[in-house]
Design a protein. Structure first.
Length: 188
């Protein structure tokens, strides 16, 4: 029996950005005392924003990694905001950063129980060892994502580079599970 659409939440978008020049992290830490920089532990400076709530790692090479955004556009805005704040304190930044989405992590609920034992067999490209880990690991080809699927019908999708890929992957998985009779209501 066909179910409704899965409830999907984008949990984290990771974006990388490149400035085509080096950056003096010691100067940034002097201008932004709330930033975190301990070069003896980690070579990057952590620059946190409250809105959007993100953390951006800034490296002296001019490379940046932004995590914590809840959408592609929010990740891009966060990088632009970090650059704007640095410029506002006189940090020299030439040109605009080239930002690229690296990974999108999403959670979803298929609103039904899943027979993982049979799903491992039917889906192919899976790993299911319940003694080791309670979820089924499914490597989807198109879109190229990895899905951790649990018997509860909850899942985590990772590896997408666009939000649309997450929605397509979850929809495709749900459709396949329904076709094969592998998803059912609690009472069935």
């Amino acid at each position: 029996m066909p179910k409704g659409k899965a409830i999907i939440n984008i949990e984290n978008v990771v974006a990388s950005a490149t400035l085509n020049h080096t950056i003096d992290l010691d100067t940034i830490i002097k201008m932004f005392p709330l930033a975190e920089y301990k070069p003896e532990q980690f070579p990057g400076l952590v620059f946190r924003l409250k809105k959007p709530k993100t953390a951006t790692l800034i490296f002296s090479s001019g490379k940046m990694v932004c995590t914590g955004a809840k959408s592609e556009s929010q990740a891009i805005k966060a990088v632009e905001k970090v650059v704007k704040e640095l410029k506002s304190k006189g940090i020299v930044i030439m040109g605009k950063p080239k930002t690229q989405i690296q990974n999108i992590v999403a959670s979803a609920n298929l609103e039904g129980r899943v027979d993982l034992e049979r799903a491992a067999y039917v889906l192919g490209r899976t790993m299911y060892e319940p003694e080791q880990f309670p979820g089924l690991i499914y490597r989807m080809d198109d879109p190229e994502v990895v899905i951790l699927l649990f018997a509860s019908g909850k899942l985590v999708c990772t590896g997408a580079k666009k939000e649309e890929e997450v929605y397509r992957a979850v929809s495709k998985l749900q459709e396949k599970l329904e076709q094969e009779g592998l998803i059912y209501d609690e009472g069935e």
